[in-house]
Design a protein around this ligand. Structure first.
Ligand SMILES: [Zn+2]
Length: 281
């Protein structure tokens, strides 16, 4: 029964999606850690999407804002959050050979962990919420090191900031702490990599993890600010309220293909309105 319902849901969403497919837009996918057991699955998904979509690089994405011109058809951009070493492997072994360049959002405190105990504490306390703690016996979830990030840059990718402590910014009460989390993380990456950091993504990224104050501080420091709220990025999208589509690699290929094409976006229209209101406050 569950499968029948899911099939109907997919068909319905596919139809809605086809009706809106003529709009020029970019959907940005969010990936996180990719456990070794999911690498083949991810590669299959990426090849599937690469055969069907125009996958653009981050520079082309930002040029669409600068030139006030989005490409005629739907395009995709890939983003990877949280700085896991598995992202470096994916970029080097799967994306680079396919000519795909992505954006990597890095919480600097994770990269700066100096021992395994700190890394495990960071993963369990900062990145994952109580109900979704990962099993570190199956996947060791190491952070990238600065040299990996430097190599990603050399491959043509972009490195963006993602706070220091992967903090839910909306819950921070002190303005100085908020400024530190948002701006110092970008400054640290710039200092370590010697390259300008213009992109920032909100940790968690849902509407409850974002507020007007955090958005104002981020928009002063960065040129492009990314949420985790689903939706298309189009000509009228504000560059400080960029939408992204979280993807769970363990979901089936057809479902993720639908997610990539924006099939779930219509459910998030209220969150997009609230986010756009925040930037006007
Ligand atoms: Zn994150």
């Amino acid at each position: 029964m569950k499968n029948v319902l899911k099939k109907h849901l997919l068909l319905m969403l596919g139809l809605v999606n086809r009706l809106s497919s003529t709009k020029a837009s970019t959907h940005i996918l969010i990936f996180h850690d990719i456990p070794p057991i999911q690498i083949n699955r991810l590669e299959k998904l990426i090849r599937h999407l690469n055969d069907r979509y125009d996958i653009i690089d981050p520079v082309t994405f930002t040029q669409q804002f600068q030139n006030k011109c989005f490409s005629k058809k739907k395009s995709l951009l890939f983003s990877f959050d949280d700085g896991f070493y598995s992202n470096y492997i994916v970029a080097k072994e799967i994306l680079f050979p396919l000519g795909i360049r992505s954006i990597f959002f890095i919480p600097t405190g994770f990269i700066d962990c100096s021992n395994r105990e700190d890394e495990i504490n960071y993963i369990n306390n900062n990145i994952y919420e109580e109900e979704s703690k990962p099993d570190l016996e199956i996947d060791d979830m190491k952070p990238m090191r600065w040299e990996h990030l430097s190599e990603l840059l050399d491959m043509g990718n972009i490195i963006g900031a993602h706070t220091i402590n992967h903090t839910q910014l909306s819950s921070i009460k002190t303005n100085s702490l908020m400024i530190d989390e948002i701006t110092s993380s970008g400054d640290r990456i710039e200092y370590m990599l010697g390259s300008r950091v213009d992109h920032f993504a909100f940790p968690f990224g849902d509407i409850n993890s974002i507020n007007a104050n955090a958005l104002r501080i981020a928009s002063k420091r960065y040129s492009y600010v990314y949420s985790g709220i689903r939706g298309p990025n189009m000509l009228d999208t504000n560059n400080f309220t960029i939408r992204r589509e979280p993807v769970n690699v363990s979901d089936d290929l057809r479902y993720n293909s639908l997610v990539a094409s924006g099939g779930l976006s219509s459910y998030y229209w209220r969150d997009r309105i609230r986010l756009d209101e925040m930037i006007r406050q």
